[in-house]
Design a binder for this molecule. Structure first.
Ligand SMILES: [Zn+2]
Length: 460
């Protein structure tokens, strides 16, 4: 009868085109064998879950992944496990509050206070000035789990897709843990920030009136997983150090392919969609991949040109599933690089974090006598330089097209913040030095960053 309810719900929603067949398949006994066979390229976990040691097996020539950002690594293994237990406990505690069940004696007065404040923040999760850093502190470092879980519930996706709450929770905990907390930028807070931005875009009239529940589910899952297991270094670094991922993905969208495959690994391990017909869960995995792969910044021009052509010809038709998917790709790309469009206090923190990650890569390159990648040398670049260039050559062109597509108050707010942030960085630059960086220098650096693709770099 569960299956009948499910199909009734599907008929009432826009999902009928997505799931056509009238049966739900449950876990088959050879699920594990299938998983191992299909995921030969993705690490396989043990029954106990997270294994920090596995990262030591990456066959770098001479660099140990674990030490890349070691000075930021704050959790030892026992602490991480405790952290997971605490977060589950916190979830059980807070879910009673969310369901409106009367409280008994609070587990801890401080927990109760923080949970209450986090809950208040979630009421305004659609605000563009949502402070994800504060939210992360209030949730004890569980912003990604809490936010994604809240949004999936908010859109009614848990009920509609009959997601098993235990599987979903396990999936989200694993996703959050597979982000490297030692990365200054590419960590779970960035993923939570992108998911929050995605939610804001999903509210925009152009999207809200046309997206199906399946599109929304996909958009949120892609945002939450889009940088999964990011090593804190970029693709050229992986190529020049002969990292196995670079070989595996033939030097093409190496990181994005890995993020996607990691997400698929967690979906299969937790069986989040194992109640769907195999064909449909494979479609989810494929569509998730197509969204995550769109975040490859070296393919920015390709997407931007296509977007521009659609807008010039005014031929985007959001009844068409492939056009909706393209808009989701563009929305995720915007969400991924929306830092310059946030209010200064938030934007500045992101700028410092991303620059620190670049500079740490540069430090490692210098230490190992490798050529220092563009924008990664702390001796010749500044946070302001990098930000001004990033806005001028990457963010502004993208958000200009996005505003053509969705000319709303939010889009104007984002452009407004970007203008103000650019001016703030410029004036800070001028305070620090009387010789501002020449635009031509910045342009060359960013062309290098975006256009000199890794195969070119290694062939020369
Ligand atoms: Zn990202």
């Amino acid at each position: 009868c569960g299956a009948r309810n499910f199909w009734c719900m599907l008929k009432q929603n826009k999902l009928s085109t997505y799931l056509k067949r009238g049966a739900i398949s449950y876990d088959s006994s050879d699920q594990t064998a299938l998983y191992i066979r299909m995921l030969g390229d993705v690490r396989v976990r043990s029954q106990v879950g997270f294994e920090p040691e596995r990262r030591s097996s990456h066959p770098y020539l001479f660099i140990d992944f674990r030490t890349l950002h070691s000075k930021y690594e704050s959790h030892s293994v026992p602490e991480r496990r405790l952290h997971r237990l605490l977060s589950c406990q916190r979830y059980l505690h807070s879910s009673r509050l969310l369901r409106g069940v009367p409280q008994q004696i609070p587990l801890h007065i401080l927990d109760e206070d923080y949970t209450g404040q986090a809950r208040c923040m979630l009421e305004k999760v659609g605000n563009w000035n949502f402070d994800i850093f504060l939210f992360d502190r209030l949730t004890n470092g569980n912003s990604l789990i809490t936010l994604t879980f809240h949004l999936l519930n908010h859109y009614g996706l848990v009920e509609l897709f009959q997601l098993d709450l235990v599987k979903l929770w396990r999936f989200l905990v694993m996703v959050q843990e597979d982000y490297h907390s030692g990365n200054p930028y590419h960590n779970a807070v960035h993923a939570a920030d992108v998911t929050q931005a995605m939610h804001c875009y999903l509210q925009e009239p152009m999207l809200a009136k046309s997206l199906t529940s399946y599109d929304i589910l996909l958009g949120l899952l892609a945002a939450a997983t889009h940088d999964l297991d990011h090593p804190g270094v970029n693709q050229p670094f992986l190529i020049k150090t002969d990292h196995y991922l670079a070989t595996l993905y033939r030097n093409t969208s190496v990181l994005e392919n890995h993020h996607w495959k990691s997400a698929v690994g967690l979906l299969r391990e937790t069986g989040l969609f194992s109640h769907l017909p195999p064909e449909d869960s494979l479609n989810v995995e494929r569509d998730l991949g197509s969204l995550i792969l769109a975040t490859d910044i070296s393919r920015q021009n390709e997407y931007l040109t296509r977007f521009r052509t659609h807008l010039d010809q005014n031929n985007l038709c959001l009844i068409n599933a492939s056009h909706r998917h393209f808009i989701l790709q563009m929305a995720l790309k915007c969400a991924d690089i929306c830092n310059p469009c946030r209010p200064w206090e938030l934007s500045k923190q992101w700028s410092e974090k991303v620059t620190e990650e670049f500079f740490q890569q540069g430090d490692i390159e210098k230490k190992h006598k490798l050529e220092v990648s563009p924008l990664c040398d702390r001796e010749t670049n500044t946070v302001g330089d990098i930000q001004i260039g990033f806005m001028a050559y990457v963010a502004e062109p993208l958000f200009a097209e996005w505003t053509r597509f969705s000319d709303t108050r939010l889009s104007q707010t984002m452009l407004g913040h970007m203008g103000l942030n650019k001016a703030s960085w410029s004036s800070l630059q001028q305070e620090q030095t009387s010789i501002p960086a020449a635009p031509s220098h910045l342009m060359i650096t960013f062309c290098l960053f975006l256009l000199l693709l890794p195969p070119l770099l290694i062939n020369h």
